[in-house]
Design a protein around this ligand. Structure first.
Ligand code: NDP
Length: 448
């Protein structure tokens, strides 16, 4: 791991002081700041204009009450967030997360990473993130609808196709986006598809958006493997989670010749030596909204391990696709020891700093989330393009665009790492490449 430059150390200390208790945000900031020493040495103007200090302070943070009634008529109160981090490259763009663990520190870590991720896509989008501590699990459709309506009734005034464009994340998929879009339309009396992405295909959504994050992460790993004269062909893979990102990661790995043997949810791990039955997983998770343990009801040869650790299962390619900090130093060591040669992060910040250190020291192909999972937001930006042109592209055309974007991101990270003397270090490559574009735009826009 690169040591933090002493000029930047005091900026990090200031972030700790100004944002007490927000540990995930601290972690995300440190990871980027550690890479920036050689950048400020080349660009003293970034120091003079306090670009780093400014980038660490969100442009705007919105926190609001979300009252809603459950099916029994009982009033519930949740807290809503939207952190509009940076509009240097375009309107704020980033998903909404509905999960009981959500608090300001989670939204800020996600929003901060989003700035650089969105920059890496090469598309004109700024960085933001939002969500709520609402737990959609176990709620009826009507309850989810009432919550989404209340949430957007407050947030709508901050949104707009040129201002701020949310999408999905954990706990927010097509159903939730639909309810929020409906309420937005009702309040504003405007059919404005460009205000949210991840919409349904018959009312402004883009083909491939559902698949995009998982497909994109797999394309990224494929490029890392190609750079090492290797491929997915015949590789044993494990993919944590069983939500949107995990499902389409498994699908694309399988299409590229790999074999996925394990996935998970927050209750446990499924191991199927014969290769996961993706149709069953899609039915359980996307249609019936059930738990992954039900997989073994029809596939008795497979194993379900309650509270198991998916990273104990030997694999050549690991794709964490559930949540932050799901691979610690010990897990990373186990993966490397068991012969893992590539890790591609579908999730955001799924590896702890100790885990990242293990991967970098072992010199395996390690694709950090802000590069590897950028395909989701990139396809959201393609959805915005289609909405602006009142157009609708074919699956093949959109998927090709996504693949080209991921190939480009890989190339830029790879080349930047080489340029800065750290060949093969995609963490450094992604951070520097993502940062420079935002920093230059901030310099050009003056002190705002
Ligand atoms: P989903 O809600 O569709 O799925 C999340 C999956 O992760 C579920 O299987 C969930 O299990 C599991 N999970 C969540 N928390 C935990 C936990 N603490 N321990 C173990 N498993 C857990 O979300 P997505 O697939 O959309 O998001 C997954 C990750 O990908 C997140 O980090 C997200 O930020 C990131 N991401 C998503 C993008 C997108 O386009 N959707 C874009 C870029 C990144 P359970 O049902 O038990 O909670």
């Amino acid at each position: 791991m690169v040591q933090i430059d002493e000029k930047i150390e005091s900026m990090y200390q200031e972030v700790l002081k100004r944002n007490p208790g927000e540990t995930e945000f601290h972690q995300a900031v440190l990871e980027v700041l550690e890479s920036l020493g050689p950048v400020v040495a080349k660009h003293p103007e970034y120091l003079e204009r306090k670009i780093i200090e400014r980038i660490c302070e969100p442009e705007r943070q919105i926190i609001f009450r979300v009252p809603w009634q459950d099916d029994k008529g009982i009033v519930n109160i949740n807290r809503g967030f939207r952190v509009e981090f940076s509009s240097a490259l375009g309107p704020y763009k980033g998903g909404l997360r509905f999960h009981p663990s959500v608090y300001l520190g989670i939204i800020k870590f996600l929003g901060f990473e989003q700035i650089f991720k969105n920059s890496l896509t090469g598309l004109p989008i700024g960085g933001g993130k939002g969500g709520s501590d609402f737990d959609p699990k176990g709620k009826s459709d009507d309850e989810v609808m009432r919550f989404c309506q209340s949430f957007i009734t407050e947030l709508y005034r901050h949104l707009g196709e040129h201002t701020d464009v949310p999408a999905g994340d954990i706990g927010v998929g097509g159903r939730e986006i639909g309810y929020m879009f409906g309420q937005y339309k009702r309040i504003t009396n405007r059919y404005e598809p460009g205000v949210l992405t991840g919409k349904g295909l018959t009312w402004g959504g883009s083909l491939v958006r559902t698949e995009a994050t998982g497909y994109g992460a797999t394309f990224f790993v494929n490029e890392m493997l190609k750079a090492r004269k290797d491929s997915f062909d015949g590789k044993i893979c494990t993919v944590s989670g069983s939500g949107n990102v995990a499902i389409y990661t498994i699908e694309k790995i399988t299409q590229l010749g790999g074999k996925c043997v394990a996935c998970s949810d927050s209750n446990g791990v499924i191991y199927d030596e014969k290769g996961l039955d993706l149709d069953l997983i899609k039915r359980l998770k996307e249609v019936e909204r059930r738990r992954i343990e039900e997989y073994v009801k029809t596939h008795s040869h497979a194993k379900y391990v309650p509270k198991g650790n998916i990273w104990d299962i030997p694999c050549q390619v690991a794709m964490p696709s559930a949540t932050q900090n799901e691979i610690n130093g010990h897990d990373a060591t186990t993966l490397v020891k068991n012969g893992c040669i590539a890790v591609g992060e579908g999730a955001n910040m799924p590896t702890t700093p100790e885990g990242v250190k293990v991967f970098l020291e072992a010199k395996i192909a390690y694709g950090p989330g802000k590069a590897a999972n950028a395909g989701g937001v990139a396809t959201s930006a393609l959805e915005m393009q289609q909405n602006a042109g009142r157009d609708s592209w074919s699956f093949e055309y959109t998927e090709k665009k996504l693949e080209d974007i991921m190939i480009n991101i890989h190339r830029n990270c790879f080349e930047t790492a080489e340029e800065y003397g750290a060949p093969g270090n995609y963490v450094l490559g992604a951070n520097i490449c993502g940062f420079i574009k935002v920093a230059n735009a901030m310099v050009a826009h003056g002190l705002i």
